[in-house]
Design a protein around this ligand. Structure first.
Ligand SMILES: [Zn+2]
Length: 340
């Protein structure tokens, strides 16, 4: 049965007004927004294991839905995005790239999803690459179609894509594979290798390397902190301790705001128990923890993320307009301006 995901309550508005609005700059660029339409879905899972393939929860997410939602939850702000498709295997990637192509034509910033064997010779890519607001690529581990995403980065991000991105100085928004995420030494070695071999690519590490638990990043961060063409995108992380660590080790100039909409519009929060990450959500899904017998009053994952980021800045004495302006706008804008 379809569940309505997006609801804006009085208590959400209060959180925004009191804890968020005045900290954020007037213009926010969200570096991580997924879009797709119902007709791009190839098949549905009987029991989804992930919010992005739960098409009962999220049937589709169009640009119009993004515009409506973002203007409601970030009132009085100009909120723009970097857009790309839903990259899961249940989606027709060619069709969703075509949808993104149409959006590129309207002037929005876009990324193209390359399949693992993509030689960048197809029609859609040839058209999208002509737009100055085309910023690069969003490769994705599950497109390599191996159990549990236990693949190397090279298995879903090929040399054609890397060479092209390097020749134009484009972005690659990198979603790390493997169960251990950033803590997997093979991922670290591959990130070091790729950032060195392709120095003109701007690598954005999605979700801080999928570090939803402190243990995912606490030791690994030292090994990647000095890589100049690696940027740290914070979508869906909502733990102030992780932010504190990253701010201390990386500084605020290479931290980039992203939301991972639409899933961050769910009501809930990540929790880590025994070093494992779980979604706790207001409504129960097959991939989350909840309790239908309780009167839960949650707010958006996205608000939790921003609140925790502000909390980390406060603890470090860095909660200043200039810093927030950098993370939510300036850092990514500077990178974009170097391309277009
Ligand atoms: Zn995402």
């Amino acid at each position: 049965m379809e569940k309505k995901i997006f609801t804006l309550t009085k208590s959400d508005i209060e959180i925004y007004e009191k804890k968020i609005k005045n900290f954020l700059p007037d213009h926010i660029i969200d570096s991580h927004v997924h879009l797709w339409l119902k007709e791009h879905i190839l098949f549905k899972e009987v029991k989804p294991n992930n919010s992005f393939n739960d098409f009962d929860a999220f049937q589709q997410y169009s640009f119009e839905e993004f515009s409506d939602n973002s203007s409601e939850i970030f009132q009085d702000k100009k909120y723009t995005g970097i857009f790309f498709g839903n990259p899961l295997g249940q989606i027709d990637i060619e069709k969703v790239n075509k949808y993104i192509l149409k959006l590129a034509d309207t002037g929005e910033y876009c990324l193209y999803i390359p399949s693992p064997e993509d030689k960048l010779e197809g029609d859609t890519f040839n058209k999208i690459k002509g737009f100055k607001n085309f910023l690069g690529f969003k490769p994705y581990p599950s497109l390599a179609k191996k159990e549990n995403n236990e693949v190397s980065i090279h298995e879903f991000l090929n040399e054609y894509v890397l060479d092209y991105a390097n020749s134009k100085g484009l972005f690659i928004l990198l979603h790390l594979p493997r169960k251990k995420r950033l803590a997997d030494h093979r991922n670290i070695e591959e990130v070091k290798y790729l950032t060195k071999k392709y120095p003109d690519v701007k690598f954005l590490l999605a979700h801080l390397g999928r570090s939803y638990c402190l243990g995912d990043i606490s030791e690994a961060v030292e090994q990647v902190s000095k890589i100049e063409n690696l940027f740290f995108e914070i979508s869906f992380v909502n733990d102030w301790e992780i932010f504190e660590l990253v701010i201390k080790k990386i500084g605020c100039k290479r931290i980039i705001f992203g939301s991972d909409m639409p899933v961050s519009l769910m009501k809930g929060k990540n929790i880590c128990i025994n070093d494992n990450h779980y979604f706790v959500t207001e409504k129960l899904f097959s991939w989350s923890i909840s309790n239908n017998d309780m009167q839960l009053n949650f707010t958006f994952f996205l608000y939790e993320q921003i609140r925790e980021f502000i909390k980390a800045l406060n603890k470090l004495g860095l909660c200043k307009d200039a810093v927030l302006e950098d993370v939510f706008y300036g850092n990514i804008k500077k990178l974009i301006d170097r391309l277009v």
